[in-house]
Design a binder for this molecule. Structure first.
Ligand code: ATP
Ligand code: MG
Length: 284
């Protein structure tokens, strides 16, 4: 009789294992479904837009000239346009500040440039090449962007700075020190191993932005876009970081709320209701 009782326990245990397995398999199934069935952006939409794909040289973009010509952008067909006939250009190595009220279309400029949303009208070119003719992966690899909300990956700090594992320890350490995430006295190797939780929630908002800036510096792209990249960083560190960015001689599009951030730009663009309201040197 007492052996019989043992069987009941064993059966219960086996049942629990089977149940657990079934739950876990559902998770696997969901992941597979996500990988296989999520609609993807078209990698190269030149044909859709009737733009002749341009032959790209290997170094593109090597100068970093940007040109927006009469760009109209709509997030969805039924919505009003977020950009209405925006035209401006940025010379190679120039630093353009962008200001404007909330909702005036500053971030939409970035969405259009990176083709997160396809433009409805007009054209955007980088070094004379229409971005619609460039494969998406290539386009986004050529432009470094620091978004309004810091993008963080779970893992360690090294993974966050260099997800592609393309940088040397020295380069990583130098970048960390330059954005002041790591003091001269600190052990950089230890710092690189520091954990980053989901969404980077074990770092402050300012630190997260500094990590993203360091990541952008390490990329060494010819075009760098900062969308309120230093909004949570104290003014002094912001000054230091702006200095570091300036040294890189890349073309920069700096979107900012704080006037000090864009005061040393070569030119400033004022956006209003999706259109360029004014353009001129920052002193004006
Ligand atoms: N993903 C989206 N889907 C639909 N509409 C959007 C989306 N993103 C922005 N918009 C609309 O586009 C307009 C411009 O938004 P945008 O984000 O470019 O403003 P912004 O100037 O960057 O503002 P902020 O200073 O607050 O960041 C807004 O009216 C907004 O409603
Ligand atoms: Mg914005």
């Amino acid at each position: 009789l007492s052996y019989g009782l043992g069987i009941a326990y064993a059966l219960q245990g086996a049942l629990q294992v089977v149940l657990r397995l079934e739950i876990d398999l559902v998770s696997v199934e969901r992941n597979l479904q996500y990988c296989e069935e999520t609609p993807q952006e078209e990698p190269r939409s030149a044909r859709v837009h009737n733009v002749e794909p341009a032959p790209l040289c290997d170094a593109w973009p090597d100068a970093g000239r940007l040109a927006f010509v009469d760009v109209t952008l709509r997030y969805r067909p039924e919505l009003p346009p977020a950009l209405r006939g925006v035209s401006f250009s940025v010379e190679a190595g120039e630093r353009l500040g962008v200001v404007g009220r909330s909702g005036s279309g500053k971030s939409s400029l970035v969405s259009a440039l990176l083709r997160l949303v396809e433009v409805e009208n007009g054209a955007i070119s980088v070094d004379g090449v229409d971005v619609r003719s460039v494969p998406l992966a290539r386009l986004r690899a050529g432009i470094a962007v620091v978004m309004q909300d810091a993008v963080m990956f779970s893992g360690d700090l090294r993974y966050n700075l260099d997800p592609a594992r393309a940088c040397t320890d020295e380069a990583l350490t130098r970048a960390l020190r330059r954005v002041r995430l790591c003091a001269e006295a600190d052990d950089a190797a230890e710092k690189l191993k520091e954990a980053v939780g989901e969404g980077g929630d074990n770092w402050s908002a300012g630190q997260r932005q500094l990590i993203c800036l360091a990541r952008a510096i390490l990329r060494g792209a010819k075009v760098l876009v900062c969308d309120e990249a230093t909004s949570s960083i104290d003014a002094e560190t912001d000054g230091v970081v702006q200095g570091v960015l300036r040294e890189r001689r890349a073309t920069m599009l700096v979107i900012a709320h704080r006037l000090e951030t864009i005061l040393d730009s070569d030119r400033v663009l004022l956006m209003d209701a999706g259109a360029v309201a004014e353009e001129g040197p920052p002193a004006e």
